[in-house]
Design a protein around this ligand. Structure first.
Ligand SMILES: [Zn+2]
Length: 394
């Protein structure tokens, strides 16, 4: 989830909005406006919409406080937090490091729901202080905002504590399983499986309600279920990859026989002499024996075919400054995270200023598949002997 609109930084964390957030904000304003108009026929139209707008805005603030609680607790435990993005179904904190122990995971996960619960209870308490009775509709604009925020934040805390990974409750559940089993990988798999069950129950309940006459509400619940199912499956798949490559270093799996291309040749020459003849997808670009960038099939695809004759490899490649360089000693798990975070599929492996090889995501996936087909579960840690870097002669 990448933010489309950047709002600023808090404690070094980039705060942003995804476009889909506006859909939910509009829905809140609209449905709340309708409701307020019905229960307060004496209110003026502008009063109704100001209260509805203010509520949506403050809801955004409370959501942000929920995410900030996760992020600040994570920061306090030495974890790096890149960004917080608010989108249609709530917020996400992009915490870059994994919790090193079950206790940290537990506190980072539970901080958000605790914040929502405190905000919710505080809003209701203030409303009661202002003369609101639980059985009645709030009379003034201020209590209307506070009561709605109170209920929605308590609801948010409860919903987030459902034991469906990757919801907060799922993470809390995972931390508890982790503390009991002392096995981080296994606890993630268990939590992701439970998450799929919870998601399935949501979908089932939503469809059940839909046919029971609940209409859009039923579909909404089913949609949340579908989203949770997707997220749980993705967590499971990611965990499989992490577990498979944990402890392994880049030098064990990188391609060492990366073909070197001169930066001065045209794309047409490059396609004819290298791309179509070797079947490789990624090539190193050198200038006087020095690595200056990488060029991939994807980079060639971004240039229109009629310009291949006049565009040089240097113009189409990704320069080294834009690439995140790893060393042979980098953990594969960290390299995969770097790829995901920067939306690239290859990383150049450099040591002492010279290219040692390239790490490709597709290559890692092939390894994983070969392994699962042979049902080899244990990683062998001895690097294979490979050829030294060579240049292709066109
Ligand atoms: Zn949360």
């Amino acid at each position: 989830m990448r933010s489309n609109i950047k709002l600023g930084r808090i404690s070094g964390i980039e705060i942003g909005l995804h476009y889909s957030w506006f859909i939910i904000a509009a829905l809140i304003v609209f449905s709340l406006g309708q409701h307020l108009r019905q229960v307060n026929p004496n209110w003026t139209t502008s009063q109704v919409w100001i209260v509805a707008l203010l509520t949506a805005l403050l809801f955004f603030v409370t959501l942000l406080l929920h995410e900030l609680s996760h992020s600040l607790v994570a920061q306090a435990h030495g974890m790096k937090v890149k960004a917080i993005t608010l989108f249609a179904l709530g917020g996400v904190s992009q915490i870059q490091d994994e919790a090193s122990d079950a206790k940290t995971e537990f506190w980072v996960a539970i901080a958000g729901p605790i914040a929502s619960l405190i905000i919710g209870l505080a809003c209701l308490a203030i409303s009661i202080g202002l003369g609101w009775h639980r059985s009645a509709e709030p009379g003034s604009g201020v209590t209307a905002v506070l009561v709605w925020l109170g209920y929605i934040n308590i609801g948010l805390a409860v919903f987030n504590m459902l034991p469906g990974f990757p919801l907060d409750g799922g993470r809390v559940f995972r931390a508890i399983v982790w503390a009991i089993t002392k096995n981080a990988d296994r606890s993630t798999r268990i939590a992701a499986r439970v998450g799929q069950v919870v998601a399935f129950l949501f979908i089932f309940d939503g469809i059940w309600q839909f046919f029971g006459g609940a209409g859009l509400n039923g579909l909404w619940i089913a949609f949340i279920g579908w989203f949770l199912m997707d997220a749980a499956k993705a967590s499971y798949a990611e965990e499989e990859i992490t577990a498979a490559f944990r402890g392994m270093r880049v030098s064990e799996v990188m391609s060492r026989d990366c073909i070197v291309v001169n930066r001065g040749i045209s794309l047409q020459e490059f396609v004819d002499a290298y791309l179509l003849r070797t079947g490789e997808r990624c090539f190193a670009v050198e200038d006087g024996g020095r690595l200056v960038g990488l060029i991939t099939l994807r980079d060639v695809g971004t240039i229109p075919r009629e310009r291949w004759g006049t565009t040089t490899v240097r113009e189409a490649m990704r320069p080294l400054e834009q690439l995140h360089v790893i060393t042979p000693d980098t953990q594969i798990v960290d390299a995969l995270k770097l790829m995901a975070g920067n939306d690239v599929n290859q990383l150049p492996v450099v040591a002492n200023g010279t290219l040692q090889g390239v790490l490709c995501r597709s290559h890692l996936m092939q390894l994983l598949q070969a392994r699962s087909e042979l049902e080899v579960s244990t990683a062998h840690h001895r690097p294979l002997h490979r050829m030294k870097p060579r240049g292709a002669t066109p």
